[in-house]
Design a binder for this molecule. Structure first.
Ligand code: ADP
Ligand code: MG
Length: 255
């Protein structure tokens, strides 16, 4: 057999994993274990497919730009009694992404909103969905910048390309008229076409103070909340509790 011809062909067809397997020293030995040649071919092809899936998954994980790794397994539900673990398990099936529904984690700082949002986002990447994490501030900044250089439409298209947008930390800044309109456009464009996970420290009654005008606020809420899994979270900051606990046992009970 002419290895060079085979090797060149595999290279041209970009069958990297098969090339790797066939290039192994003991390749012949390993493959001779298959009595049925069809089984052997099927083995090679499925190796190639899983290698590609893995590469794709890693690529999508990088593209999602999560600020860190958080998992649902690492989330301690016993200290966060306002979140029903079963409701999170339901979200873990990712049906909400398939059905283009939204998730809102609402509550004070440090109680695990971003943690849950990232963990679900990572799950979605693992399931093969296109996901993008962004802070509300960054999203607004990006859209503003695209107005300046004439790439607004392209930028909006870019955001539309994901199955799931994780928009973190709405509420730390108030948005002017342009920013409010941009935010509305992102929500409107996603409505029944993409899923959004939003985290916010501001209850909805306060959103009027966040956006430029009441009409925009109700248009945003209308779309965001039509198909939503809402988590109204309460509790003390996990960060703060953790910090104090590590310094002095029992102090957390006073905050
Ligand atoms: P928020 O977004 O609500 O301000 P974060 O999700 O950023 O809060 O949580 C702050 C820190 O505390 C993070 O490092 C997060 O992983 C951790 N944390 C919060 N709640 C929990 C929890 N119930 N179990 C484990 N870690 C938690
Ligand atoms: Mg957060």
């Amino acid at each position: 057999m002419d290895w060079d011809v085979l090797n060149t062909g595999l290279k041209r067809l970009k069958l990297r994993r098969i090339r790797e397997i066939l290039g192994m020293e003991d390749a012949k030995e390993r493959l001779s274990e298959f009595d049925d040649p069809l089984l052997m071919v099927s083995h090679l092809i499925s190796e190639e497919v899983s290698a590609r899936d893995e590469t794709q998954r890693e690529l999508r994980l990088r593209q999602a730009r999560f600020p860190g790794k958080k998992t649902l397994e690492a989330f301690d539900f016993s200290v966060q009694s306002s979140v029903n673990p079963e409701a999170i398990q339901t979200l873990e099936t990712l049906d909400f992404v398939r059905q283009k529904e939204n998730v809102v984690f609402l509550g004070p700082p440090g109680i695990g909103k971003t943690h849950l949002a990232i963990a679900l986002g990572i799950k979605a990447v693992e399931e093969g969905f296109g996901v993008r994490f962004v802070t509300a501030g960054q999203l607004i900044d990006d859209l503003y910048a695209s107005l300046a250089d004439g790439s607004f439409k392209r930028e909006m298209k870019r955001w539309a390309a994901f199955d799931l947008l994780v928009i973190d930390e709405l509420g730390f800044l108030s948005l002017d008229r342009t920013a409010s309109d941009h935010f509305f456009q992102v929500i409107n464009q996603a409505y029944e076409k993409q899923s959004i996970i939003l985290t916010t420290n501001r209850p909805f009654q306060e959103w009027a103070g966040l956006f430029d005008d009441a009409v925009t606020v109700s248009a945003i809420l209308d779309r965001l909340l039509h198909h939503v899994h809402l988590f109204n979270m309460k509790g003390n900051s996990y960060r703060l509790n953790h910090h104090l606990n590590s310094k002095q046992e029992g102090v957390s009970s006073v905050i």
